[in-house]
Design a protein around this ligand. Structure first.
Ligand SMILES: Cc1cc2nc3c(=O)[nH]c(=O)nc-3n(C[C@H](O)[C@H](O)[C@H](O)COP(=O)(O)OP(=O)(O)OC[C@H]3O[C@@H](n4cnc5c(N)ncnc54)[C@H](O)[C@@H]3O)c2cc1C
Ligand SMILES: NC(=O)c1ccc[n+]([C@@H]2O[C@H](COP(=O)([O-])OP(=O)(O)OC[C@H]3O[C@@H](n4cnc5c(N)ncnc54)[C@H](O)[C@@H]3O)[C@@H](O)[C@H]2O)c1
Length: 467
């Protein structure tokens, strides 16, 4: 049965698809939203929300242990069953916002089925034929499980099953030391398991190496076993005990294995029939988020770029502006911040120091360590820094922050980059005392300190003093 064409058909009800559907319906468009799994996608069910809820519980356990240095002694007792309930209470609390009922209330037609293109302007889903003026593919990504001999027999966990555990394994081995591997390693260790991370390269390798090193030292000091530059040759299982055999001859034994080696885009929806070009990384899009078929947009993880919820939401808003308002829009990845929620957090916006130096040999980095920040000293959390990266001409190119609340601090620099704020403004604004935000101002002040350390400036100051 062929139906009246919709204005917009959205495939996937994760962060990206939900944002398009809600905004487009609010602006009076007829919208059909097709989802084959859980409403809310990865972020709500298997990603940001459960991982941050788990990290919050782990932070409490750690704070109890870490208070001794400040004169407060406590020994945490972790009830992992209750931690599991907390994680799922948080998911359940947010779920109504992403639910079929809410979207139907907004006037969206929701189809709970798998969608597949059968032509350049037509889809099949749940036995229905769906036509639309525009399509938005927001099908997200799935965890990669590497083809390591014996791994499948060890029933590895992924982000899709980790948060179902109602009891912690005594020992957990994690393959992959990216954001998922590091966040979960530290949290699960803080909650009481012995954790080993086996990372093929170096942990958090997409980040500024000095910043990643602060996180490395923090995780190691807490007792997480980090094995870097090592690959898993094969896995074996003996009852409940699973062993990773590393290429260098070492072995890691654990009751559970978590695989966190990256994502693959969900491309199984008949893209060839629709004339949509894609690579193994994801669907190819232009700066307006349009695919090679100009009726079809693609946003979020499936495009294979920066894979974050706020990026998915931002790309969704660009697609809505382009489709509904015909506005000229441009996606600029350089303005997208990111944060890994380890302790300390590691956040980045714009270019890292190495990226800036590669683009501009005169680029320089200005670093304010937290050891010089009064709030960090009061909190006994002085490991970290704010690094501002400036071009040779003194233009802000990027910021790296390692601090307990780096994700919040970096927002200032995301705004500064988007609004083209000068280092002079950063050096002269007044954050409250005592806050970690003062470190960013300090980094900009260091830049001006060097700039003003010139002979003619000293002569001018001497002259002014005389008059
Ligand atoms: C453990 C973990 C922690 C994370 N933490 C953070 C964080 O702290 N901050 C952050 O910004 N990002 C985080 N992320 C990344 C974030 O979750 C993703 O970038 C975001 O969820 C991507 O949204 P999306 O809408 O593109 O895809 P998804 O959320 O994956 O949604 C895609 C949806 O499409 C559906 N679908 C797929 N194919 C079809 C089809 N053919 N027909 C119908 N439906 C289909 C899927 O079932 C899915 O529900 C984390 C990810 C993980 C795994
Ligand atoms: N705080 C956040 O915003 C947050 C948190 C978690 C995940 N995410 C998103 O999810 C994405 C996926 O996270 P991820 O950590 O799975 O992927 P990732 O690609 O970022 O990191 C994977 C790591 O695994 C390593 N690796 C790959 N194959 C390996 C192997 N066979 N053996 C050992 N190590 C191997 C890589 O060198 C890399 O360090 C992230 O890139 C990010 O976009 C974001």
């Amino acid at each position: 049965m062929s139906e009246t064409p919709y204005d917009i058909a959205v495939i996937g009800a994760g962060s990206a698809g939900l944002t398009v559907a809600a905004a487009a319906a609010t602006f009076g468009q007829s919208v059909v939203l097709i989802e084959r799994g859980k409403m809310g996608g990865d972020c709500l069910n298997y990603g940001c929300v459960p991982s941050k809820a788990l990290i919050a519980a782990a932070r409490h356990a750690h704070a109890a242990r870490a208070g001794a240095g400040l004169g407060v002694h406590a020994a945490p007792s972790v009830d992992y069953g209750a931690v599991h309930r907390h994680v799922h209470d948080v998911i359940d609390g947010i779920a109504p916002h992403d639910s079929v009922e809410r979207f139907e209330g907004l006037g969206v037609t929701v189809i709970q089925a798998s969608a597949r293109f059968t032509g350049p302007d037509v889809l099949e889903a749940g036995g229905r034929t769906i036509r639309a003026r525009r399509f938005v593919v927001a099908t997200g990504s799935s965890p990669v499980v590497p083809p390591i001999e014996g791994l499948a027999e060890c029933d590895p966990l992924t982000n899709e099953t980790l948060f179902d555990l109602t009891a912690l394994p005594a020992r957990l081995a994690i393959i992959g030391g990216g954001p998922i591997g590091c966040e979960m390693a530290q949290a699960i260790h803080r909650l009481g398991a012995a954790v080993t991370v086996v990372e093929g390269a170096t942990i958090l390798s997409k980040e500024d190496p000095e910043a990643a090193d602060v996180v490395r030292r923090a995780m190691t000091a807490e007792g997480v076993n980090l094995i870097e530059g090592a690959t898993v040759a094969r896995c074996t299982r003996s009852g409940d005990e699973k062993t990773l055999h590393l290429s260098d001859g070492r072995a890691v034994t654990a009751e559970a294995i978590l695989v966190a080696v990256g994502r693959r885009p969900n491309l199984d929806l008949g893209l060839d029939a629709a004339g949509v070009a894609a690579t193994a990384k994801g669907i190819t899009v232009d700066r307006r988020m349009r695919t090679s078929n100009k009726r079809i947009y693609a946003i979020g993880d499936v495009t294979g770029g920066l894979q974050f919820t706020h990026v998915a939401g931002h790309q969704a808003s660009l697609a809505v502006k382009s489709i509904v308002f015909r506005m000229p829009v441009t996606y600029d990845p350089a303005l997208m911040p990111r944060c890994t929620y380890t302790s300390p957090e590691l956040a980045q916006v714009g270019l890292t120091e190495a990226e800036a130096r590669a683009a501009d040999p005169k680029a320089e980095a200005w670093v304010a360590p937290l050891s010089g920040n009064d709030r960090a000293r009061a909190d006994a959390a002085t490991e970290g820094f704010v690094k501002l990266v400036l071009s040779g001409r003194g233009k802000l190119l990027g910021a790296t922050v390692v601090a307990p609340t780096a994700g919040d601090i970096v927002a200032t620099y995301a705004l500064a980059l988007a609004a083209k704020v000068s280092p002079a403004t950063i050096a002269s604004f007044t954050p409250a005392y005592p806050t970690l935000s003062e470190a960013g101002k300090r980094a900009a002040t260091l830049y001006f300190g060097k700039k003003l350390d010139k002979k003619w400036v000293r002569s001018l100051l001497a002259f002014l003093k005389r008059v």
